[in-house]
Write a protein that binds this ligand. Structure first.
Ligand code: 6R9
Length: 641
């Protein structure tokens, strides 16, 4: 399929090949040049200093350079585009006016927020947790932290008080920034009330800065500060703090296959250069374009492609507070038409949900401004891809299926508009400087050649790579560098087809992907067993038409407890409060016993097959302690409709 939109791509097919070859042959020369995208207070003389060696993993880029991320996203644009819109804020309710925030406005608001944070005692290196709706203040707060050298850690506003408390404590935050309430899809979440609950489990000296969003009633405690009041008198200038390239910019918690979520750490220079470059090249962004990434800033996609990448490039970026289906299923297209969106970036789960609403809601809007479409978060099925291509893109707009992770800071594999012959469902080719390798899962041997399948690792570093797990470098090494020595292990499986194009096949670990949100099955299990009536639980993913994967739970109750529909509902509610609505179980099957090996290990492979309705292919069950358990589970499996 050929991309045919009226684009003047930054790279064509030949240039891609040539530049890619250069980028992997001499990465320091390549990235040394790309680092110049940024303004440096003190230019770097060293480009990379990297070791993936077990016991000694260390990743440093541009490490003697000094810069400030907020100055790169704001100040350096003031002379040339001070009056250009930096952020278009589109509120939840389309009847409310959108805000057009210029680079000058942004500078002023970020300086005010930075001054307020300083007044609260926040200094370089301190951690600040953001628990905010998708409002401009979320971007102000991110950039204000960057301006004064504080490290932000955003907690998605859909997470529960418990999850928030764990993240505040996990990074010893000095301040939590929240809002009174978060409107979304016509409903409101009481963020401040959630924060109050969370703070009951945190140190008394954690301060809470409250932004007004709805004006809804909040209770004020001695640790609370009213942002809007403080901002009135706060200085509207604030000198950007000179930061080392390797000073942390942010922490973002993400789920893994074991234990509680870990704090992924990204640093300043390399991350920003990588976010800026991928934003420009992958979306074929050009000066003057209006760019829209529909993600929430609580996820890495929002960090890199709502805030840091676009603003570093001096773009106009849209921040959308709402959901795709409110007030109706035409909302995305309404916003595209209203603001003349040129690049549109969303998740397959949203595309599938909107596809189910039919073509009419799309066709009633003028989408002729669109040039590039993007997807992220999970594999996209060809049916959804084709609908996106023909109905939304009118067959004119290349689709970039961008594969990447919280850990990678920016896109690692993706087609490039105008340079790649597109294949629905394939992430296709590595971005510049990225060296994917396919390994044999058990031996770790590199599988060369095409038409092969295995686990996906990356052989060499790139500037946007995470540097460590906050407070636990050992966990970083163990999670990403110990299974396959000398490589960064992505946790994903992949195929390389006969043409050498890559197809991500999904996680090979116990991580599931629900509506593009990463979830460790272990997290849901530990929430379930924390309930007094549950003895044991095993959680797996199963194919779900809209969400990609649904959450299937096998629950063994305590002796004497009787299964009931009420208990099922209660457990659902329980998990929602323990983790958040995104972790809500779709199906709960009562399991008198779970299939275990003689050494007591739950055989998830079998549970996965049953959840997938694929129990004809259970494989070897000879190591089970009690094979009859499996028959019972098959007989009582849940209807997936
Ligand atoms: C950016 C983001 C990462 C996991 C990743 C993979 C899946 C993301 C994908 C994709 C197939 C794509 N994933 N993009 N799978 N095609 N285009 O999503 O980060 O939340 O950390 O999730 O998402 O399994 O390992 P994160």
């Amino acid at each position: 399929m050929t991309a045919s939109a009226e684009i003047t791509p930054h790279v064509n097919a030949e240039q891609y090949k040539l530049l890619y070859a250069q980028s992997v042959k001499d990465p320091d020369a390549f990235w040394g040049e790309q680092g110049k995208r940024l303004d440096w207070i003190r230019p770097y003389t060293r480009v990379s200093d990297v070791s993936f060696a077990p016991g000694n993993v260390s990743i440093r880029w541009f490490d003697d350079g000094v810069l400030n991320v907020s100055a790169n996203c704001i100040d350096r644009h003031l002379d040339t585009r001070g009056d250009q819109t930096a952020i278009i804020w589109e509120p939840d309710d389309p009847k409310d006016p959108a805000l057009h925030i210029t680079y000058k406005d942004l500078h002023r608001s970020v300086c005010k927020m930075a001054s307020v944070l300083k007044e609260l005692g926040v200094t370089r290196g301190d951690r600040v947790v953001l628990y905010l709706p998708m409002i401009p203040e979320a971007a102000y707060a991110m950039l204000a932290c960057a301006r004064i050298g504080a490290i932000h850690s955003i907690v998605f506003a859909g997470f529960s008080p418990d999850a928030l408390a764990a993240r505040i404590n996990g990074c010893d935050a000095k301040v939590v920034i929240t809002a009174d309430e978060a409107p979304r899809g016509g409903r409101v979440t009481a963020l401040k009330t959630n924060t109050d609950q969370a703070l009951l489990h945190c140190d008394d000296d954690v301060k809470c800065l409250v932004v007004k969003r709805t004006g809804g009633q909040t209770t004020w405690t001695p640790r609370d500060y009213d942002y809007n009041k403080l901002a009135k008198t706060a200085a509207d200038t604030c000198a950007p703090e000179p930061m080392d390239a390797e000073d942390p910019l942010f922490i973002l918690y993400t789920s893994g296959s074991t234990g509680q979520p870990k704090g992924v750490v990204h640093t300043s220079g390399g991350y920003l250069a990588y976010a800026a470059m991928t934003h420009e090249i992958v979306f074929d962004y050009h000066d003057g374009d209006v760019f829209w990434c529909t993600a929430d800033v609580g996820w890495v996609t929002g960090h890199s492609y709502i805030v840091y990448g676009p603003l570093a490039n001096g773009a106009t970026t849209i921040m959308f507070e709402g959901v795709p289906t409110y007030p109706d299923t035409g909302r995305f297209w309404d916003v595209c038409e209203k603001h003349g969106v040129n690049q549109f970036y969303t998740a397959p789960t949203a595309i599938r949900a909107l596809m189910a609403a039919g073509d009419d809601p799309v066709k009633s809007y003028d989408l002729s401004s669109l040039r590039t479409l993007g997807t992220v978060g999970e594999p996209i099925n060809p049916e959804a891809w084709n609908w996106y291509n023909t109905v939304v893109g009118g067959g004119r707009c290349p689709i970039v299926d961008t594969w990447w992770q919280t850990e990678t800071g920016g896109h690692l594999m993706t087609p490039l508009p105008g340079a790649t012959e597109l294949k629905p469902g394939s992430a296709q080719q590595p971005f510049f400087g990225i060296t994917p390798v396919v390994l044999e899962p058990t031996t770790g041997d590199v599988i060369d050649g095409n038409d092969v399948e295995g686990v996906l690792c990356i052989a060499t570093s790139w500037p946007g790579q995470m540097r460590t797990v906050w407070g636990d470098h050992e966990r970083f090494e163990k999670t990403y560098f110990s299974d396959y020595e000398g490589y960064y292990f992505t946790g994903d499986g992949c195929k390389r087809d006969a043409d050498g194009d890559y197809w991500i096949t999904g996680r090979v670990d116990d991580v599931i992907n629900v509506s593009g949100h990463r979830m460790g099955t272990a997290e849901v299990e530990s929430a379930l067993v924390a309930h007094g009536r549950v003895a044991e639980a095993a959680v797996v993913g199963y194919p779900h038409a809209i969400k990609g994967q649904g959450i299937y739970c096998y629950v063994t109750l305590m002796n004497g407890e009787e299964p009931s529909e009420e208990l099922r509902q209660e457990l659902r509610r329980w998990v929602r409060t323990e983790i958040g609505p995104i972790a809500s179980p779709d199906l709960i099957q009562w399991a008198p016993g779970l299939p275990k090996t003689r050494s007591g290990k739950i055989m998830r492979r079998i549970l996965r097959k049953i959840a997938e309705d694929d129990f004809g292919a259970l494989g070897d069950i000879s190591t089970l302690a009690d094979p009859s358990v499996v028959e019972d589970l098959i007989d009582n499996r849940m209807n997936r409709e």
